[in-house]
Design a binder for this molecule. Structure first.
Ligand code: ATP
Ligand code: MG
Length: 174
């Protein structure tokens, strides 16, 4: 059933609280409509946002990183974004990062950051299962931004399917 995007983000930030505090990361939330809801599976969307926000923090273990999280809806679509001002992703790697097990090779002098390289491939699949898309842009050292778009009609279709599959209310049964 539809859930509030804002509360989903709150759950994720709570789960990452110790990392955020440890890194003294600044979290900026740009969600003018706190009641904005999204159709679909709240569990999936929590995983999606967790992966994106965790990536921003994990790839930038320095202090004082800024992570911006926002959402906006117009007549056509719902857009959600997660951006950071960290090291970024080299343009040569950008086309590949949604592939399973793909991880950007780090310079020898940098300490190894742990991960399986699966996160973004799962994120992409979950979004596509909701009829949406995800894109990334990166200016290393300046801004790395993941943008999710879910067309309103895809959401409506998903909601209609969910309603059709819902169990009848007990009160309406003989
Ligand atoms: P896992 O998510 O399974 O723990 P992972 O984080 O390495 O592992 P992905 O989430 O798929 O895997 O990310 C793939 C790669 O993309 C990362 O290893 C990293 O190199 C790069 N990447 C993803 N997000 C960012 C970001 N915000 N800033 C810089 N690099 C990123
Ligand atoms: Mg990850």
């Amino acid at each position: 059933k539809p859930f509030r995007i804002r509360s989903c983000v709150s759950d994720v930030l709570e789960r990452l609280e110790s990392v955020i505090q440890g890194q003294q990361a600044v979290i900026k939330i740009d969600m003018p409509d706190v009641d904005l809801t999204l159709a679909g599976d709240r569990f999936y969307w929590t995983q999606v946002l967790f992966n994106l926000i965790e990536n921003a923090l994990k790839q930038n273990p320095r202090k004082g990183l800024t992570v911006s999280i926002g959402c906006h809806r117009d007549e056509q679509l719902t857009r959600i974004w997660v951006a950071d001002d960290g090291v970024g992703i080299p343009s040569a790697d950008l086309p590949h990062i949604f592939r399973r097990f793909y991880r950007v090779e780090k310079h020898h002098s940098q300490e190894e950051i742990k991960g399986t390289g699966l996160g973004l491939s799962i994120v992409k699949r979950a979004i596509e299962a909701h009829g949406g898309t995800i894109n990334v842009s990166s200016i290393p050292g300046q801004e790395t931004r993941f943008t999710i778009e879910v067309p309103r009609d895809a959401e409506a279709k998903l909601q209609a399917e969910a309603d059709a599959n819902a169990l009848p209310e007990l009160s309406k049964m003989d």
